[in-house]
Write a protein that binds this ligand. Structure first.
Ligand SMILES: Cc1cc2nc3c(=O)[nH]c(=O)nc-3n(C[C@H](O)[C@H](O)[C@H](O)COP(=O)(O)OP(=O)(O)OC[C@H]3O[C@@H](n4cnc5c(N)ncnc54)[C@H](O)[C@@H]3O)c2cc1C
Length: 430
């Protein structure tokens, strides 16, 4: 993927290069720097959109959490490129025309086609960037942040036409215009297909409907979803769907929840801890509620060829781990260990199911309950893990839990000698 993105960027540089005569003078240098930055920003928009188009090969191969991180990084680059483009063009034109930057800005805004719209797009992008900054993000709800983000699409639409109207590499070459349009149309079509049409078609085909709910602990509920041919969804243990429950209060939100048991032909299950308004409302979603389930997504799936598997779950991170634990083939039974970490006995869910799976597979199962202070040791320290699992360095490890716990576990596993590519973890926070 990185190679493909880089090749695309090189193609963009070539587009600029073939239309750039020898550059002389400060004005020309600034203007041409502005041009290449603008072209790269235009290409960056396409990359941004494609990363979030929920393309199955990317979701499955790279994983949604990594894609979200890449998207955030590319977003920062794009805003920087656009800002550099604006500065380069305005300053370069001002130097060439021997005018002030202010009067050149006015000329650009009033006399050049579509530049005003592109300027609005730039301000929208700066706004989205400010909203997405970590400090601002922490202060707002996920939904506010998410819907503010959608202004990026408006910014892309507003900025598009000025590229053809004033970009010399496009006005002079119809092949460049065709290739650039094809790039944008393809990105738009991917979004329309994978984010909107596919979920609707799947909902119509599989008829996802809430069957019932069962409380697993005071704040954790399992929801059973019935439907048709659910085993044909192609879900793998450890994967998740984005769930939209079509009730009056919840239809406008879609939230990711992992499968806590693999789909049977007519039933699947998710298990959710009440954390905020959506997750807390799920315990009272009435049976018969129709559901749009988008997925399956996620690269946090077990390599079923591994000979020894260590699973570490913290709190509600047990949900994908529970599905994996039941799916790992019996032939590995001498090498399956599950460590389930919780702060309090009431936080443990699926105890009966986990015990039964462990007995069936001859797997080792540890419940590690209580704070480090209560226990008197750190159960996720390298030496504790090595004492619990002999030959730890030969294991393939899967970790899912709160970010702090996951980070500590991954560090310890590395210190215990497991190679980085054999440690897999999932974050419940994008
Ligand atoms: C891949 C993945 C799998 C998950 N699986 C499970 C699971 O099996 N069981 C479970 O209990 N929880 C799971 N979660 C966490 C769950 O999605 C959030 O707890 C839930 O969305 C919180 O929403 P809320 O409105 O109840 O709380 P809020 O108070 O609105 O949100 C709490 C936090 O959850 C995150 N969040 C909120 N909405 C979303 C969203 N639409 N998409 C992504 N993150 C969001 C934000 O970081 C936010 O800070 C998973 C999360 C991810 C990313």
């Amino acid at each position: 993927m990185v190679t493909l993105i880089t090749l695309g960027a090189l193609g963009v540089v070539w587009l600029w290069w073939r239309d750039t005569p020898s550059v002389q003078g400060t004005g020309a240098i600034l203007t041409n720097a502005g041009r290449i930055l603008g072209l790269l920003a235009g290409y960056g928009f396409v990359v941004l959109v494609v990363l979030m188009a929920r393309l199955p090969p990317l979701e499955r191969g790279i994983g949604s959490d990594r894609l979200a991180r890449w998207h955030a990084n590319v977003g920062r680059y794009v805003i920087t490129l656009v800002t550099g483009h604006v500065i380069g063009i305005v300053w370069g034109y001002a130097v060439t025309a021997h005018e002030s930057v202010t009067s050149q800005s006015v000329t650009l805004l009033t006399s050049y086609p579509d530049v005003l719209m592109a300027t609005v797009a730039w301000f929208l992008l700066l706004g989205v960037g400010a909203f997405s900054a970590r400090a601002a993000r922490r202060r707002m709800s996920y939904e506010t942040w998410y819907y503010a983000h959608l202004y990026t699409y408006l910014a892309i639409a507003l900025a598009f036409s000025h590229q053809f109207a004033v970009g010399q590499e496009f006005s002079a070459h119809s092949d460049a215009r065709i290739a650039w349009s094809a790039l944008y149309i393809t990105a738009g079509a991917l979004i329309a297909w994978y984010r909107f049409l596919t979920p609707l078609l799947r909902a119509a085909r599989h008829r996802f409907t809430v069957y019932g709910a069962a409380m697993e602990s005071p704040d954790v509920v399992s929801l059973y979803i019935t439907g048709r041919d659910l085993d044909k969804l192609g879900a793998e243990p450890g994967q998740f769907f984005r769930w939209r429950f079509l009730t009056r209060q919840l239809w406008w939100q879609s939230h990711p929840y992992s499968l806590s048991a693999m789909p049977r032909q007519d039933m699947m299950r998710i298990t959710v801890k009440a954390r905020g308004d959506h997750s807390a409302a799920l315990a009272s979603v009435p049976p018969g509620t129709r559901v749009i389930a988008e997925g399956p997504y996620g690269a946090f799936t077990p390599a079923l060829s591994s000979r020894r598997v260590l699973l570490i779950a913290g709190g509600v991170g047990i949900t994908p781990i529970r599905a994996m634990f039941a799916a790992i083939p019996k032939r590995m039974s001498d090498g399956i260990t599950l460590i389930y970490r919780a702060s309090h006995p009431r936080d443990i869910v699926f105890r009966r199911e986990l015990n039964a799976i462990a007995a069936d597979r001859g797997a080792t199962l540890y419940y590690v309950i209580g704070s480090r202070r209560d226990l008197g040791y750190d159960p996720l320290a390298p030496e504790s893990l090595a004492a619990a699992v002999s030959g730890l360095h030969r294991y393939e490890a899967y970790v899912c839990g709160p970010p702090g716990m996951t980070e500590a576990a991954v560090k310890s596993l590395r210190a215990a000698g497991i190679r980085r590519h054999r440690i897999h973890h999932e974050s419940f926070d994008f």
